[in-house]
Design a protein around this ligand. Structure first.
Ligand code: UT7
Length: 323
């Protein structure tokens, strides 16, 4: 399939949506499950509560489809308008891919749909992937979804990891246009750090729960994230002070604070909602983006830098203009 108006090779951001499970698990609830306290979790991470999937209604496909539906409606399109669906997830309902289920729920019959696995960098990598199809004229309307249900893969006895994660989905619709609003990006990976964070296949059709070296991943994030933001700003011909918003993967408030301090930017520009959602992996950036768009804080023409980081190890950033 090709975009019939092949003069339109710019990437425009025309809608967002998000969805989280209804069930909320607070730090106080967790303190009754493992040896932890609200004070420890809040002061070390900034997280107060998270939404946890509750059965089939909160499958990755269902959450992703809900977020996608809202993004399509907010973009003023219908599912039939969508040419490509990219589902960034590492916790799919089906190892063969979950994007097809999302396509079916949405009724996006014209679209081709596939999964993209890049852990907490999935939304950034998905955005860059989606943009390539638009920039070459292959597709016009792309639905990009980040969705993860990491609660399925958490060891609920392990206080070092079970306090961190939440479930959810966020989506954006990208459209080919005459202006290119994806201004710059940088993607990186380093497989040497793969053992620092993973969900390993353990044989006999099973996987181990999440294992993470928190301190090492923290150090990696604080060191590497500013580098890719600087790179994508450089490609965009912009400076840090040109940014209206900075949306980092919502893993730890202390990581956001460290990056904000490093760049000397106004902390009010650094979007943070992990207090309510925890770390939702590939969903965290689009959930935060959508919350700020729906609140009217992010407006047309605002310049936004996003950065994801996590398992792989993988990390990446993109700078774009909303609209
Ligand atoms: O999305 C993927 C990217 N992931 C990340 O970005 C995670 C990055 N890492 C982090 O956010 C932090 O490393 C954590 C929040 C995971 C941990 O914070 P930390 O300040 O690095 O704590 P720590 O691992 O150094 O542990 C300090 C102490 C230890 O006790 P000792 O050995 O000092 O006696 C831990 O056993 O805190 C203990 N601890 C806890 N205590 C109460 C670990 N987890 C808990 C807990 N409640 N839940």
């Amino acid at each position: 399939m090709t975009n019939p108006e092949s003069s339109l090779l710019g990437v425009c951001f025309i809608g967002s949506g998000s969805a989280v499970p209804d069930r909320v698990l607070t730090n106080i609830d967790l303190a009754q499950m493992v040896d932890t306290t609200d004070e420890w979790i809040a002061s070390r991470t900034g997280i107060h509560e998270r939404h946890i999937a509750d059965g089939e209604q909160d499958s990755v496909a269902n959450l992703a489809a809900k977020a996608g539906q809202k993004a399509i409606a907010n973009a003023g399109l219908t599912p039939q308008d969508i040419d490509l669906i990219i589902l960034a997830t590492s916790t799919g309902d089906d190892l063969f891919g979950t994007a097809g289920r999302v396509q079916k729920i949405l009724g996006a019959e014209r679209a081709v749909a596939f999964d993209l696995v890049a852990a907490c960098s999935g939304f950034v990598f998905g955005l860059v992937t989606a943009s390539q199809y638009i920039r070459t004229g292959a597709y016009k309307n792309v639905l990009l979804i980040g969705a993860d249900v990491l609660s399925r893969w958490v060891d609920w006895q392990d206080r070092r990891t079970c306090i961190l994660f939440g479930d959810g989905a966020g989506a954006v619709v990208l459209q080919a246009g005459s202006q290119n609003n994806l201004l710059g990006f940088e993607m990186r990976s380093d497989g040497k750090g793969n053992d620092l964070l993973n969900i390993n296949y353990s044989g006999r059709s099973t996987f181990e729960p999440i294992s993470m070296n928190g301190q090492e991943v923290y150090r990696f994030a604080v060191r590497r994230v500013p580098e890719v933001i600087e790179k994508s700003l450089h490609y965009a011909n912009l400076e840090v002070h040109d940014l209206d918003w900075l949306i980092l993967h919502q893993a730890n408030q202390r990581i956001i604070d460290a990056v904000v301090n490093r760049f000397g930017i106004d902390p009010a520009k650094a979007v943070s909602n992990m207090g309510k959602y925890g770390n939702t992996s590939a969903a965290s950036i689009p959930i935060a983006l959508d919350e700020w768009v729906q609140a009217g804080k992010i407006q047309s023409d605002h310049v936004i830098a996003i950065a994801g980081f996590g398992a792989g190890l993988s990390w990446g950033s993109a700078v774009f203009r909303w609209g």
